[in-house]
Design a protein around this ligand. Structure first.
Ligand code: SAH
Length: 378
């Protein structure tokens, strides 16, 4: 299997594109280009981000003649100048976890999830339609990549969750569909928008990657250039303590030896001054044994990092097992005893198809098959 080309999936932002994702000064410039005074751009900013306007026609503070004139045209990549996505389905779990299936203007579907917890609301956003990385345990990886998401399609997800849950998101994790490092430009532009236009703190944002050769230095460089400082958390999906087992779970990893990935992580830490965290999916009997914990501890020794253990959420096509609770606890302890900071991610919203990639596969006809799962019996 050929490794994906990190430059191929980065979409150029089509101009003139949708307004969602633009900052205050860019909206001022846009208004002026349309022959309007700059303050119209500030009004647009307020209506798009604070009021959550879904269509330009709803921005009643703007002159009617101008709105009518704009309604006659549409930007590349959207049917309305603002560029909001359309909610196709909403699924709410008993614990409040809310999963949205959103449609893009060209008929793709993506998932986004709002996860409420005490004092916080985390949005798990998608960065691509589908994903080319083909991790064996991942529902999204089964369908391949359709395309990367544009800036407005990433930003929309946070606004859509805010609307659906009537609460202000405090945290964003790029742990939905897709590989963010194959769409770094749009991901970083979205982070800038979350911070500047939606007043979120960069430290409350996490970008999760399974590792794509040559992309981590690019991410660090772009972050420093675009955001001034890279303060978001980089989470690396390690999932195995050695190359052989990692390749078994993540076939694309053969192009990126685990040592090279860790070297790139060290380089990232040096460039940004931020720690990385490691994600480790626990698959019953496969990578959840004490010897795996010991090997993992040896592998990341000297790294000031945090390990996030993720008990596997079953998907229909694979025969992996959820780890036994005792194995999860033993793994956690083995890392702690070796002085590695560790947490276990609680599964949320499984009763509402909120586990990875499942709602889309159940509801989108393009992904429905005889094998597609309904709810997982959990
Ligand atoms: N492509 C990125 C981000 C999307 S996946 C990455 O791989 O990091 C976000 C996290 O969910 C990753 O750690 C991924 O390995 C994990 N994940 C995917 N499928 C899962 C499943 N069935 N059960 C538990 N975690 C899963």
């Amino acid at each position: 299997m050929r490794p994906p080309d990190p430059t191929a999936a980065v979409p150029a932002r089509p101009l003139p594109g949708p307004l969602l994702g633009l900052g205050r000064s860019e909206l001022e410039v846009w208004a002026q280009q349309q022959g309007q005074p700059a303050f119209r751009g500030r009004q647009l900013h307020d209506w798009i981000y604070a009021k959550g306007a879904r269509a330009l026609d709803a921005v009643t503070v703007l002159p009617k003649a101008w709105r009518q004139q704009l309604a006659a045209t549409s930007p590349a990549g959207a049917s309305d100048w603002i560029g909001r996505l359309h909610e196709l389905h909403r699924s709410v779990a008993a614990d409040g976890t809310t999963k949205l299936l959103l449609a893009t203007h060209d008929g793709h579907t993506i998932e986004t999830v709002g996860i409420p917890a005490e004092g916080r609301l985390t949005v798990c956003v998608s960065s691509q339609v589908g994903c080319p990385m083909a991790c064996r345990f991942c529902a999204t990886g089964k369908g391949g990549l359709q395309r990367s998401l544009a800036l407005h399609e990433i930003v929309d997800q946070v606004l859509s969750v805010r609307e659906a849950m009537d609460a202000r998101p405090s945290h964003v994790v790029f742990m939905g569909m897709g590989e963010p490092l194959l769409n770094s430009e749009a991901v970083l532009a979205a982070i800038a928008c979350f911070c500047d236009d939606l007043a979120m703190a960069q430290r409350r944002i996490t970008v999760s990657t399974v590792g794509v050769p040559r992309t981590l230095p690019v991410l660090a460089g772009l972050a420093l250039e675009r955001l001034g400082r890279a303060q978001f958390t980089l989470a690396v999906s390690l999932h195995a303590p050695d190359q052989r087992l990692r390749e078994e779970l993540i076939p694309t990893a053969h192009a990126y030896p685990i040592e090279a990935l860790l070297d790139d992580c060290r380089h990232y830490v040096a460039l940004t001054g931020r720690r990385v965290s490691f994600e480790y999916i626990l698959l019953g009997g496969l990578n959840d044994q004490p010897r795996h914990a010991e090997a993992l501890a040896r592998l990341i020794r000297g790294f000031q990092s945090h390990v996030n253990l993720i008990p596997y959420n079953p998907i229909a096509e694979e025969e992996f097992q959820r780890p036994a609770p005792a194995a999860v606890e033993a793994f956690r302890r083995a890392l702690l005893e070796r002085h590695i900071a560790v947490s276990v991610r609680a599964s949320r919203g499984l009763d509402a198809d909120a586990a990875c990639g499942q709602l889309r596969r159940r509801l989108d006809p393009a992904f429905r098959s005889d094998r597609a799962m309904d709810r997982m019996p959990l």
